[in-house]
Design a protein around this ligand. Sequence first.
Ligand code: FAD
Length: 518
Amino acid sequence: MARRQKMVIVGAGPVGSLAALYAAQRGYQVEVYELRPDLRDPRIVPLNFTKSINLALSERGINAIRHAGLPDLLRDILGACVPMRGRMIHGKKPSGALYEVSQDFDIHGRCNLAMDRGALNARLLDALEDLPNVELFFNHKLTGADFRKRKAWIEDRDRLSPSGRPREMEIDFDIMLGADGAHSAVRYHMMKFSRMDYQQEYIDTLWCEFRIDAGKPHADGSETWKISPNHLHIWPGKDFMFIAIPSEDGSFTCTLFLPASGFATLEADPSQVPSFFDVNFPGVRDHISDESLIEAFNTNPHLPLISLKCKPYHFGSSGVIIGDAAHAMVPFYGQGMNTGMEDVRILFSILDKHQAQLAETNSPLAAPGVDQDDDDDDYDKVSTADAVADQAHAQALAEYSATRWVDAYTINDLAFQNYVEMRTSQSATYKLRKALEEFMSLRFPCFGWQTKYSLVVFSNRPYSECVRRTDRQGRILARAFAGLVTSPLLAAGVYLAYSYRRPMKELWHNAVAIWQMM
Ligand code: FAD
């Protein structure tokens, strides 16, 4: 009997949980270690959040869940989402009247889905618990890892030593997946083994959560929303903005993004918070009371935003990092979790490919843990199976690292750029380009034109390809525009030359005569 390959996954956030599902489906013996208590307990708040927040789940995340091979899970998740068809831009006219303008995300009507992060995580963990080859260890913190010896050290916070410190245990693994977020311990320890390039940046913007409560319920008890439930609401500002994302229960999770200096000014005198909102985010005070605004500002943390890039993502055949651990990004494209889930789909499809190739050329035992033989004592076959699985891991991780970073770097950069776009989404150039691209997309679908946003959010094309395509579209539009401007001038020049051809001819002769006399 072939030994099951053991995959240890560190971090049971959305990315780690999904990776565990993929690994379990492929027959690995899966162990998931999570620093915090059971994340399904509603009292447990995700790291760096005051409560579970709403996220935009889009095609890449959905597609990755779809490929987990559990149709009921996907149905259940989609059933708990609120579709958002566009942005709702809020502002104030010079007359003082409030206005809101809806901008659809996509000319073909495709939507982003708002989903409670905790509810999504809980559904993934529930699905994992049903699988016989998965063990979940909550309250277990990875403290060290040796990727050559394939050993790791875990602090078991449920078991205290006589001195009151958590007990440490040693575990072994064939392959470790680090899905332990932006401040990844797996990444930190892997850096001691691999020559990993690493860069991180904190942007000069902090964020803080607020909440718009549900409106008065309908007579039948169903929810009402105070503002449109099918939009991502944006109150743009020059250096800052306020956004609101709908929840199933009729409330909105809101986020204030503001430079650190702006937070410092308000922290010095929080009573100014309502008037700050009044000036900069007109209309918000109609939905959140002054007391709630001040309380949320005082109580909820003012958190930084980190963006990080690194490569390679792996060491040999024994370790790889995915999700925020590999490429935490600023949240302005709503792609952080979606990219992490896409990592899982891509990583396992590369693993499948190498396992299949090696299985063809070696032994059918290459599959990680599938019983191929009842011969318990056939040691040679088992070790061949391990060696083949190891070779598949080595090839797959190398390919994953070599190809994935380009797309991860691209979405990281796009997320930065989108902050500017979100705050200036009323600019004329932005609207003109969007309108032209949407016109082309609708009227000439054969050319495959799409806005950058649609390609990034509603397709599964590699992010780098999305940028290449839209850059090319931009160049074509620029040339067409230049042609439109210059062709009337050219036409006017030709017309004038023809109309005044006689005097022009005379002028030319005179000029030549003067030249010859000189
Ligand atoms: P995490 O969610 O950080 O999970 C990592 C897990 O590892 C945690 O549970 C942690 O407890 C555990 N862990 C950490 N260290 C250890 C250790 N040493 N041992 C064991 N376990 C450990 N993304 C979107 O796609 N759409 C959005 O709309 C969106 N909006 C966002 C809004 C804001 C304000 C922010 C800050 C982020 C947003 N994101 C969004 C990004 C998204 O939250 C992250 O990309 C996503 O949570 C990453 O998932 P992950 O599983 O990789 O990491």
